[in-house]
Design a protein around this ligand. Sequence first.
Ligand code: PMV
Length: 335
Amino acid sequence: MKAAWTSPSNIALVKYWGKRGNQLPQNASISFTLKNAVTELSISAQKLASQNKLSLDFWFESSPNLKFKEKIEKFLITQTARFPWLLNHHLEIHSSNTFPHSSGIASSASSMSALNLCLLSLDELYRDKKYEQKEFFSLASELSRLGSGSASRSVYGGIVSWGNVSENYATPFSDAHAVFNNYCDSILIVDEGTKSVSSRAGHGLMENHPFKDERYKIASANFTKIAHALKSGNIESFIEVVEEEALMLHAMMMTSRPSYILLKPQSLLLIEKIRAYRTEKSIPVCFTIDAGPNIHLLYPKSHETLVRKWIDEELAVKCIHDEMGSGPINIEARK
Ligand code: PMV
């Protein structure tokens, strides 16, 4: 049995920051799925004569990778009740990212969603029965969520929300205004190093955060506000929410106990330049930030040429250009 999928990363507009129970979000979140930043993952499963435990080899970018293997093994062990065939097949998993390893683009969303899409495709082969398409993707989203919360949103293209329709899985956000079609995300790379505090630890620190109740209240209000803005094409309101969310995420980190700072001086310089450019040129660029120092510059496709020229000439920073994409692709089925 063989399955292979590419699955993209995504960038949150309203942030998921803080969880409870089994990877359930404290507030609804919404994101743009990216186009170029994807993980390509394949699994070959070979039937074993007699075996009652997980057996797997894992390659990342053509080299065996023990650290990633252990992470995946841990996740697969939690899924053996759903996929009993995991215990009597040897798995060979190959994974690679289209984006540079050290770019600061989160890879857990793309890799966890690619992994779970492959598991469900293998399950279809094993049972010789297809899932109904809607069920396939909502299950893929639910399983991906258990690996990494934000991964739940990567199984769909376009704009995707999680925690409003269901806390268990994400759903595509429909009816967005055409101005948000193919929205651009140019990722300004401030630091390529790994983060000093993981997202897992960051979520954990929200449990006793002095401002947590206010944060979850504002996040819910921001979700409602951005949903309106996306539907009506109100870019001003979109920008207000997106930048507030980015800064509030980092404010939460700075006021956690213990506190930590992931932004760098250059992150703040870029934020100032983005706001000044928006005011001076009346071009609706805005920024969002993940759990790291890099700045995601968001803007409508119609301003791409001008904005790219400005990035090249004025920002003097390494940049990876991406935009909204249409979601995962079953590459084994395409062969
Ligand atoms: O999916 P996790 O557990 O890595 O958390 C993601 C957290 C943020 O990227 C900061 C926000 C989000 O909603 O993606």
